[in-house]
Design a protein around this ligand. Structure first.
Ligand SMILES: [Zn+2]
Length: 469
């Protein structure tokens, strides 16, 4: 059986400062090597001071992932030599001597399957290596330490995934979760990086390092399954190794022999004392934490009768669920959920589109009420929504300028229906034989009135007319 486990690095991009110094956590807008200080450069005599907010954010994540949180957390040095690591060690957390990382033994449920979270740890990001040209052929490698020391959480799952699709669903849920918690913007370049460990039946574990996009990790895992299966079929040994995803060639390639844990010579970071995680802190965090996506989804289904799939889309996207929360009343909740997930979606999928939206929660609420009170048809509602998105004008104005109001006037409807009966004689005689085909005639009336005819009234009149003929 295929087994996949993940290691996810998520930068705490919503923090002001780095993990152990007061340099900016948002390193992206700085000239290279200008967002640095003696602490994040590891200069002799400098001492790290732990960022309290980082502990709080990571604790929130632990709570949300139903992890156990130890009474005391501690930090370790992970030693390795690499140009992007100015101290020659990374300050991280390590559970080999008992759980002292910010969380352990948590879980996320995806499509009724439990994915166990082995641990969550707080650690610092290294600097960045910048190559001129491709990393294989380049003559020059530049080092930028602006990122060194920025706060990260690393989440490690058990190898509970059976296929790449489960991985994608999991990552989407996780990304929504960190966004909802206000911990990180997972869509910032480099903010969310994934390593995948994958093995097939009787094969060795292969690690794919540092994939930057969700789509690519899914592709990389698919590629690995095919590659490993084809080796196994030919009786070729699958070595345990680290590979990287070559974005351009859409393949994984061997990068280096994998370090063993002992190669890192972990030892306690004595410059940072053990930190007691008070229960009162956790309780106060729980109070300010937003409702989880799962419980939001359940509430939408149980309280408002919103269908599961619609509730899923609505709850997992913070932008949509905020809009819903501000717009809905008990009565129009279902209609608003519908408007957002069918009619608004497509106009508000990217951040750019969202910034340009002229739509307010009141617009949505008015629109849903107008549809529910039969003032406009759902079809006209769609047109009105498109106009609102562009202009931001009040709904009443849009209904009158675009002439979207319902045709409720029986005599004018009757006139249109009579025209249709003359033009569609064949359909009329068919409808007399087979009432199921009556919708065709309703459709014709709708088209003639540009979707404005009151559908129930139209149906009534057509039925009466058919009976009387
Ligand atoms: Zn610094």
């Amino acid at each position: 059986m295929t087994k996949i486990g993940l290691e996810i690095h998520c930068q705490l991009t919503k923090l002001e400062s780095k993990l152990f110094c007061s340099c900016k956590a948002d390193y992206r807008s700085f000239e290279p090597n200008s967002n640095i200080c003696p602490v994040c450069m590891g200069l002799p005599g400098s001492l790290p001071i732990l960022n309290k907010k980082a502990v709080e954010k990571a604790s929130m994540l632990s709570i949300a992932l139903e992890c156990k949180i130890p009474p005391k957390i501690s930090f370790f040095r992970k030693n390795y030599f690499y140009p992007d690591l100015p101290k020659n060690f990374q300050i991280t957390q390590y559970n080999a001597y008992g759980p002292t990382s910010i969380g352990y033994e948590g879980k996320i449920i995806i499509e009724d399957k439990e994915i166990r979270i082995r641990r969550i740890q707080l650690e610092e990001d290294p600097g960045r290596l910048v190559y001129s040209g491709s990393s294989e052929k380049t003559q020059i490698t530049l080092v930028d330490y602006n990122r060194a020391g920025t706060p990260l959480v690393e989440m490690v799952t058990e190898p509970d995934f059976e296929n790449p699709k489960q991985v994608r669903i999991f990552l989407n849920i996780l990304a929504d979760l960190v966004e909802n918690l206000g911990i990180a913007d997972p869509y910032l370049e480099g903010a969310f990086r994934v390593d995948g460990n994958i093995s097939i039946e009787k094969g060795n574990r292969v690690e794919i390092k540092n994939v930057g996009s969700f789509r690519d990790i899914e592709k990389a895992l698919h590629f690995e399954i095919t590659r490993q299966q084809s080796l196994a079929e030919r009786g070729i040994h699958i070595p345990a190794e680290t590979r990287h995803w070559d974005e351009a060639r859409k393949i994984t390639a061997s990068s280096r022999s994998k370090e063993e844990e002992q190669d890192y010579r972990y030892f306690p970071e004595e410059d940072i004392p053990k930190i007691i995680i008070e229960k009162t802190l956790l309780d106060s965090l729980k109070k300010i934490m937003p409702e989880s996506v799962m419980s939001k989804k359940e509430r939408y289904i149980n309280k408002y009768g919103i269908p599961g799939q619609v509730a899923e889309i609505l709850s997992s996207d913070k932008f949509y669920s905020d809009l819903f929360e501000q717009a809905h009343t008990e009565k129009n909740a279902k209609e608003i959920a519908n408007l957002i997930t069918t009619d608004l979606k497509g106009f508000a999928d990217t951040n750019e589109q969202r910034e340009q939206l002229k739509l307010t929660p009141k617009h949505l609420s008015d629109l849903a009420d107008a549809i529910l009170n039969n003032k406009i048809t759902r079809n006209s509602g769609k047109l009105a929504l498109q106009e609102i998105i562009k202009t931001g004008k009040p709904l009443s104005e849009i209904i009158s300028t675009l002439d979207l109001g319902h045709v409720d006037d029986e005599s004018s409807l009757l006139k249109t229906i009579e025209e249709v009966f003359i033009e569609e004689q064949k359909a009329v005689s068919e409808a007399k034989q087979n009432p199921d085909t009556i919708n065709y005639l309703v459709g014709k009336v709708m088209r003639k009135t540009k979707g404005k005819a009151n559908p129930n009234l139209t149906l009534d009149i057509i039925r009466k007319k058919l009976d009387s003929q």
